[in-house]
Design a protein around this ligand. Structure first.
Ligand code: KIV
Length: 288
């Protein structure tokens, strides 16, 4: 498949913001879906650690590992050569120390061909973002609801509803920009907070259930496809009803196989009549 667009880079995303054109981003976890997203000209693909939830069936993102994430990112890159590819740094791949963060981020960049890595941060991780930036690793800073902190947060809920908490997130965003982040992602913050962050930075700001004012939007693939499995169920607009459609397909297949309606003769390979005759003769000779 030849792509009909130029490679999407951070300059493309910055230009989109300047020109007021929205940026499209979806999570992606496999080659075939990446090919479709490339064909649909989705700007950016996030290999999210939600992989652990929607593909592996875990209740949180915490079990995602670097090995999983890099393998998936490699496949997604093969399917979407021109998309802006973001590798999501899994739990404990960057929180222990900046050096580990750099080494792990390097795998996304060098092995999978990612364009940047995403880290869930607040002001306490400024040094990590600075260190990665100094190591030529472009960082997308994920602010607001940070699902990797679910056990400390005590649940998935909107962050920054109180003025003081909102101010802290807005300040964190500025600190991330100063630390060298190339883009921001804000998850589950009130739309006013997302708007304030978006207006006050030149960085592209991608929103995830944070209202319409961000420079772009990201949603979890399975949620927007109505494919179930997502945990927690994020309330996003559904653009397909894959759960129902796939269930119907599986049930129809089971019925056909059960009733002998699949495969029919024309769906099966057949021997050349002369070869078949020869085979029968050979089998007869072998009969006791
Ligand atoms: O891992 C992920 O899919 C994410 C999105 C929810 C933004 O971080």
């Amino acid at each position: 498949m030849m792509s009909s667009r130029n490679k999407i880079t951070i300059s493309t995303l910055r230009a989109r913001k300047r020109e007021g054109q929205k940026i499209t981003m979806l999570t992606c976890y496999d080659y075939a879906t990446a090919r479709l997203m490339e064909e649909a000209q989705i700007d950016s693909l996030l290999v999210g650690d939600t992989y652990a939830e929607v593909c592996l069936g875990h209740p949180t993102t915490l079990p995602a590992t670097m090995e999983h994430m890099v393998t998936v990112a490699e496949a997604v890159r093969r399917g979407a050569p021109t998309a802006y590819l973001v590798g999501d740094m899994p739990f404990l791949s960057y929180q222990v120390c900046p050096e580990e963060g750099i080494r792990n981020a390097g795998l996304f960049m060098a092995k999978a061909g990612c364009d940047c890595v995403k880290v869930e941060v607040d002001r306490r991780l400024v040094k990590t973002v600075e260190a990665m930036t100094a190591a030529a690793i472009p960082v997308m800073a994920h602010l607001g609801l940070k699902p990797q902190s679910i056990q400390s947060l005590g649940g998935y809920r909107v962050q920054g509803k109180q003025a003081s908490a909102a101010l802290r997130i807005i300040e964190d965003a500025k600190m991330m920009e100063d630390a060298g982040a190339v883009a921001l992602l804000v998850e589950a913050v009130p739309k006013e907070v997302a708007a304030q962050i978006t207006e006050s930075t030149a960085l592209p700001v991608i929103g995830c259930v944070s209202g319409p004012h961000c420079d772009g939007q990201v949603v979890v693939l399975h949620d927007m496809l109505g494919f179930g499995g997502g945990h927690p169920p994020r309330s996003v607009k559904q653009y397909a009803r894959l759960h129902e459609q796939l269930l119907e397909a599986f049930q129809a297949y089971a019925k056909d196989v059960g009733e002998g309606a699949f495969p029919v003769a024309k769906e099966s390979a057949a021997m050349d009549p002369a070869q078949l005759k020869e085979l029968r003769r050979a089998l007869e000779k072998r009969a006791p």
